[in-house]
Ligand binder design. Structure first.
Ligand code: ADP
Length: 508
């Protein structure tokens, strides 16, 4: 691949429209799987059409994987693990290769972002930072980390030596969703590779393109053949084959609760592989009347639910507002919702891009209709827009008067639909916040430091934001409690999933 002119204006880290325009219309050849260091067609020759949410047109196709394809990738990953080229490579050498991969991702950052936007619909500004640049940062972080992780000597009696080693687990299977394929994929691939494992990745059937490109870059960086494989196709076929494999040691997943349950069943029916599941949320964002800056709270909260059309697992999709500021705050949120410019995600002027698929769009609209039937009021949005483009766009939607028992309060929409519920006092806010099966993320806006600490303690979620919403970096773990899942991506804690602890007891 040729080295491109950097698309960044270094002075302000902004993408330039002309750089996007130069690549947005490129014809995309059909893609095969990436197994054992090369691109191959599906065993059956079948393909899946990839529909672009930007205009509803067929973009290209990917291999429609079969069980045979998945088995082939797992066999290749196992052979690569056993030959030791990667798994026994000195960590300092693995580090060089992962950092080289980070550089190659930066080299191709624009191409990767545009590829991803064309099949998933995320606004390009966000994709460029949250997908391409963040993926590069993730490979750099775990590359840098891997030669700084030590084993331990146990505090035994002098007559013995107790050693605690970190051993790679073997073959890691990763199943990722379509909303941020490169970012979420990298959160799993980078620490798994850093630890010395081989990996088989299954992207969402509708959003594989950027991850297939990433696999090629890994090969270019020097990751040996078979260490990083990508098998595309349907979850119910290749995902199931991965889940039921007797030769996958650890399965890491981000997606829906329904699929998470299936993966646990597959594990129980096969080799008891460890499963780490990130299963979404219905995250409460709580606005107290003593918030330091209500205008800022509304602005950040609107971005926290509407960016990427609400297709964000940590989206603040339940807004809990203290009664005495409720009406004014909801009016401000509605104003922001109506002000967002929704449009072609490859135009830098669009603040919000497309909903990922027609079926997602229809499901979002159904949530709105059901909420209205249950007594909620639609105060902004609530409808499909820009249908003349052929693409799938939805107006940012604010539903007020949502009760705790309502469908919209209890279930994840995964779209640009905000449920607003008033609360009386702190105890009421905690009760409502904890009233769903989920526990991924939360937000609290208050000037009262003691209250902020009490909320951090009382809200059952893996992540909590105070006087902001949605911010984080690689240094903090991301994972859920309750039915939002288990295990963590990001930070050094993510490494725990990809190592076995091995003890040695040596008689001296
Ligand atoms: P979403 O609602 O976000 O699409 P899914 O759980 O359906 O969530 O999809 C997340 C990932 O899980 C995708 O890669 C999808 O292909 C995969 N998947 C879906 N069904 C299964 C299944 N039965 N077994 C394994 N993986 C699956």
């Amino acid at each position: 691949m040729s080295v491109r002119k950097p698309p960044l204006n270094k002075a302000n880290l902004m993408l330039q429209q002309e750089a996007i325009d130069a690549v947005r219309g490129q014809t995309l050849a059909p893609r095969g799987h990436f197994i054992d260091g090369r691109s191959i067609a599906s065993d059956s020759g079948d393909v899946l059409d990839i529909i672009s949410p930007i205009d509803g047109a067929i973009l290209t196709s990917v291999a429609a994987g079969s069980k045979a394809d998945m088995d082939r990738a797992i066999t290749s990953a196992r052979a690569a693990f056993e030959d030791g080229l990667w798994s026994k490579m000195a960590p300092a050498q693995r580090k060089k290769i992962l950092i080289k991969l980070a550089e190659l991702i930066e080299r191709d950052a624009l191409e990767l972002a545009v590829l991803g936007v064309r099949d998933n619909g995320t606004e390009i500004n966000m994709a460029y930072k949250a997908e391409s640049l963040s993926a590069a940062g993730t490979f750099r972080y775990y590359g840098e980390a891997i030669d700084k992780i030590y084993g331990q000597i146990a505090p035994t009696a002098n007559s013995v030596l107790g050693l605690i080693h970190h051993a790679p687990v073997g073959v890691v299977g990763a199943i990722v969703p379509w909303n941020f394929p490169l970012m979420i994929g990298s959160w799993k691939i980078a620490p798994a590779l850093a630890a010395g494992n081989s990996i088989v990745l299954k992207p969402a059937e509708s959003a594989s393109l950027s991850l297939l490109h990433l696999a090629k870059l890994a090969s270019e960086a020097g990751v040996p053949d078979g260490v990083f494989n990508v098998v595309t196709g349907k979850g119910s076929v290749v995902g199931e084959a991965m889940g039921l494999s007797m030769d996958v040691d650890v399965l890491v997943f981000t997606g829906s609760g329904a699929t998470g349950r299936r993966l646990l069943e597959y594990s129980a029916r096969s080799n008891l592989k460890r499963c780490y599941l990130e299963l979404g949320g219905k995250s409460p964002n709580i606005i107290f009347n003593d918030a330091p800056d209500l205008a800022q709270a509304a602005k950040v909260s609107a971005a926290g639910i509407f960016r990427n059309s609400g297709q964000v697992c940590v989206a603040g999709s339940r807004l809990l507002v203290q009664e005495d500021i409720h009406d004014d705050f909801v009016a401000e949120m509605s104003r922001h919702a109506k002000d967002f410019k929704v449009g072609n995600p490859l135009d830098l002027s669009s603040q919000i891009g497309a909903v990922h698929s027609l079926s997602e769009l229809e499901a979002n609209l159904q949530f709105v209709q059901t909420a209205q039937e249950e007594g909620a009021q639609c105060v902004a949005g609530g409808k499909r827009i820009l249908s003349e483009t052929g693409g799938y766009y939805m107006a940012p939607t604010v539903m007020s008067g949502v009760k705790v028992e309502d469908n919209l309060h209890q279930n994840e929409v995964f779209g640009p639909v905000l449920a607003v519920t008033p609360f009386k006092d702190e105890a009421d806010a905690i009760r409502i916040a904890n009233s769903t099966v989920y526990g991924l993320s939360a937000g609290v806006w208050t000037s009262n430091l003691s209250r902020a600490h009490r909320m951090i303690e009382e809200i059952k979620s893996g992540v909590i934001h105070v006087n902001t919403y949605g911010g984080s970096d690689l240094t903090v773990p991301l994972g859920g409690v309750k039915q939002s899942g288990n295990g963590h991506d990001k930070s050094l804690h993510a490494m725990d999933k990809y190592f076995d602890l091995k003890s040695a007891w040596i008689q001296l």
